[in-house]
Design a binder for this molecule. Structure first.
Ligand SMILES: *Cc1c(COP(=O)(O)O)cnc(C)c1O
Ligand SMILES: [Zn+2]
Length: 424
């Protein structure tokens, strides 16, 4: 078939190029590590896709950028509205932090409440283009919920592998949407390995992160939106939390696309934020270790969405930070919970721990002078706080927020109120 906007799929390890019809997932020469990068024909795209046509586009979703996406121009897209999430100017937080300009991109506002909808939307289209009957993925929870919801919108059967320990809200989403759910008695990494075996064995379409080359392409739409929402001025720096590294690689790809088209004049420095208990990429970056030989670590953090012992998209993730002169930052669970509250109270954006981790990374970077005070900064909240109520409640306890319980009698009111606010 062939898509005119795509030149080829290029292996990030050996540079070998494939026609998109030639391989579905990875370069076969390096076990499962040969992640492919989709290479576009920017001249072709630029000749028929303009900033001005976007300005008049009524399509308020990722599909407004369809000519820059790896899907057929006539391919059916899911009806759920993915993307075009709000970018809030967070002046109060900026003042609190003593920085010039801060924006919060709220991907908790996606249809299944996380950033993963951007990738799963592409997965569904690609699976349909391939005529696949069943789609599968492994996930810490959000990629699963995203695939699940988007499949429900198109009535596509899917099988999902998640660790048994995934937060209840995420597992509930899967069951509500009607996915076939396999709870793995183990970590996300275990679920991933099992899902890979299943996809191969039963011939299912494989959405897995760091394996399916098209997931990066969905995730890059956040960079398009940020630039368009800032009137095509790219920010100085972007903070994003990192587990497998697919989102950060996607963010990088989006800015690279816009540079190649000449639509922006710089690529922001990209800051990858990891949790202390799951800091494979931070360690590798800091210690200049080779991510192809560095073994998996044991991952454990309250930010379940970024708990990954062996980040599957580690090559693209490392490139994103190194090629933009960014940095990896590592934050403790305690710092994440503190940031969750600060972000919510300072901007009204309630993130799940992995989302708030990006904000914790900004705070940490300012404390360690990694970031200049005059920079314009975007923090991406990747997931909605309602995804993980237990962690959010824990966070409120650390700042001493407790409700006051009252008897339903007017006489009891005064005493209760005095515990909460000053009254005469
Ligand atoms: C998946 C996820 C991340 C991390 O994305 P990776 O591609 O795994 O690095 C961050 N935050 C949330 C809420 C996520 O669901
Ligand atoms: Zn290769």
């Amino acid at each position: 078939m062939g898509l005119k906007q795509i030149k080829n799929l290029k292996c990030v390890l050996c540079g070998k190029k494939y026609h998109p019809d030639e391989v579905d997932y990875i370069c076969p020469d390096h076990d499962n590590d040969g992640v492919l990068d989709v290479q576009y024909d920017y001249e072709y795209i630029g000749s028929r896709f303009k900033k001005s046509s976007l300005a008049s586009s009524q399509e308020m979703s990722i599909w407004r950028y369809k000519p820059l996406l790896p899907v057929g121009i006539d391919s059916r897209v899911p009806p759920l509205s993915v993307g075009w999430t709000p970018l809030y100017q967070a002046d109060r937080l900026a003042a609190e932090l003593g920085i010039a300009k801060l924006w919060v991109k709220d991907d908790g506002r996606q249809p299944t409440a996380s950033f993963k909808d951007r990738a799963s939307a592409i997965a569904i289209v690609k699976a349909e283009e391939k005529g696949a009957d069943i789609i599968t993925t492994a996930s810490t929870g959000n990629a699963a919920a995203a695939l699940s919801g988007l499949c429900a919108s198109l009535n596509k059967p899917n099988v999902i592998f998640v660790p048994e320990s995934a937060p209840q809200a995420k597992i509930t989403q899967l069951l509500v949407f009607g996915s076939k759910v396999i709870l793995v008695k183990g970590s996300y990494d275990d679920a991933y390995d099992l899902c890979m075996v299943a996809a191969q064995k039963y011939g299912w379409y494989n959405r897995n992160t760091g394996y399916n080359p098209y997931m990066t392409e969905g995730k890059k739409t956040v960079a398009f939106e940020i630039c368009e929402q800032l009137n095509w001025n790219s920010p100085d720096r972007v903070f994003v939390s990192v587990g497998d590294g697919c989102i950060i690689g996607g963010v990088h790809k989006g800015f690279k696309d816009l540079m190649a088209l000449g639509w922006i004049d710089k690529i922001p420095k990209i800051m990858g934020v990891q949790a202390e208990g799951s800091s494979y990429l931070y360690q590798a970056w800091k210690g200049n270790e080779n991510v192809l030989t560095k073994p998996a670590i044991d991952a454990a953090t309250i930010a379940d969405s970024i708990s990954a012992g062996l980040p599957r998209d580690r090559i693209k993730a490392m490139n994103a930070v190194k090629q933009t002169n960014g940095a990896f930052v590592c934050v403790s669970d305690k710092e994440i919970l503190a940031a969750l509250i600060k972000l919510a109270r300072g901007s009204g954006v309630f993130g799940e721990p992995a989302g708030a981790a990006a904000y914790a990374g900004l705070i940490k970077s300012l404390n360690t002078d990694l970031v200049g005070r005059d920079e314009t900064i975007v923090v991406i909240n990747t997931g909605n706080g309602l995804k993980d109520i237990n962690s959010a409640l824990k966070a409120t306890k650390t700042v001493g927020s407790e409700p006051v319980v009252v008897e339903p009698r007017p006489e009891a009111l005064d005493k209760a109120i005095r515990k909460l606010v000053p009254v005469q």
